[in-house]
Design a protein around this ligand. Structure first.
Ligand SMILES: NC(=O)c1ccc[n+]([C@@H]2O[C@H](COP(=O)([O-])OP(=O)(O)OC[C@H]3O[C@@H](n4cnc5c(N)ncnc54)[C@H](OP(=O)(O)O)[C@@H]3O)[C@@H](O)[C@H]2O)c1
Length: 282
């Protein structure tokens, strides 16, 4: 990873933090996107310690707000002449329905729209840096879920785990559509399931959901193990990573997501809806 620049969201905690440190240790220059100053500075210090040679940096943004997603993407594009890898990883689970300032349901805004808007905002840099990669942290929580295009903001019958699962379904659909649309650009895109990992995930979901996730985490794998597939996708020269695009990985191997996650019509519709929501074209 010597000489490579890697942009990563959600690196102030959990699997993102471990991945950022590992990639820095492999020689990459890390560009972090964080929302909290204290956690951002602390992570930057850890990344510097892991990989001292490079000029790592941090940018701040609340990735649940469209204006912040766009601002930080523009800021990074202006600061970075090249971007070799973009890792969209920030995400969360919310026990109750909350709306963002844009009128979007919070899980959908943070877990899906931030991936869409950040990637779009860094498109020129990524394509100019080809061969480059986009890596989207998804989840097996997409299993059993289906998108309802008449209610993408989950206005009716909000259930946190299902809404979370649908946002992760969005991650897989978005990745495959991105791969199709960016064919021939030299930028590949893959999504992944990290496993069920003992991170801060779920701690702030609220109510019984937090209690349930905390109990379930007794059986979870370590953050180090959970970060492995991200690090693999960011750094591997294997042909199944570099020679393919739009795949879903688990345990550093291509895996098959559900039929709903492979539905090209849904992927296209989601892209169009996301463009409309973000007020972006192309
Ligand atoms: N843990 C699991 O079992 C599991 C399983 C499958 C998939 N995943 C996925 O893995 C990814 C990382 O999760 P994790 O398990 O490592 O959880 P985590 O420890 O809670 O980390 C989540 C990261 O997202 C950031 N974040 C949350 N809200 C944000 C916002 N509004 N703006 C900017 N950043 C924000 C957090 O920042 P702060 O430090 O400021 O809170 C943190 O860096 C997520 O996409 C999650 O869906 C996790």
């Amino acid at each position: 990873m010597q000489g490579k620049t890697v942009v990563i969201t959600g690196a102030t905690s959990g699997i993102g933090q471990v991945a950022a440190e590992r990639l820095a240790a492999m020689g990459a220059r890390m560009v972090l996107v964080a929302r909290d100053k204290a956690r951002g500075e602390a992570t930057l210090a850890r990344v510097r310690q892991a990989g001292g040679g490079a000029a790592h940096s941090v940018h701040y943004a609340d990735l649940s707000r469209l204006s912040e997603m766009k601002r930080v993407a523009a800021e990074i594009a202006a600061a970075e002449p090249r971007i070799d890898v973009l890792i969209n990883n920030a995400g969360a689970l919310f026990g109750s329905r909350q709306l963002t300032e844009d009128g979007l349901e919070l899980t959908f805004a943070l877990n899906h729209m931030s991936y869409f808007v950040l990637t779009h905002g860094l498109r020129e840099r990524l394509q100019a840096s080809a061969p480059a990669r986009v890596i989207n942290t998804a989840s097996d929580a997409h299993k059993g879920e289906k998108l309802d295009f008449s209610d993408l903001q989950s206005a009716s019958n909000y259930r946190g785990l299902h809404v979370y699962g649908r946002s992760k379904l969005c991650n897989i659909l978005y990745t495959s559509e991105l791969a199709r649309r960016w064919t021939g650009t030299g930028v590949t895109a893959h999504s992944l399931h990290p496993g069920f990992v003992a991170t801060r995930f779920g701690d702030e979901s609220g109510g019984m959901l937090s209690v349930g996730v905390r109990i379930a985490k007794t059986f979870a794998i370590s953050q180090e193990k959970g970060a492995e597939t991200i690090v693999y996708l960011a750094s591997s020269g294997d042909s199944e990573v570099t020679g393919a695009s739009g795949l879903y990985f688990y345990k550093c191997r291509p895996a098959t997501p559900t039929r709903e996650a492979r539905d090209e019509d849904s992927a296209r519709k989601l892209w169009q809806e996301s463009e409309r929501i973000a007020g972006m074209a192309g």
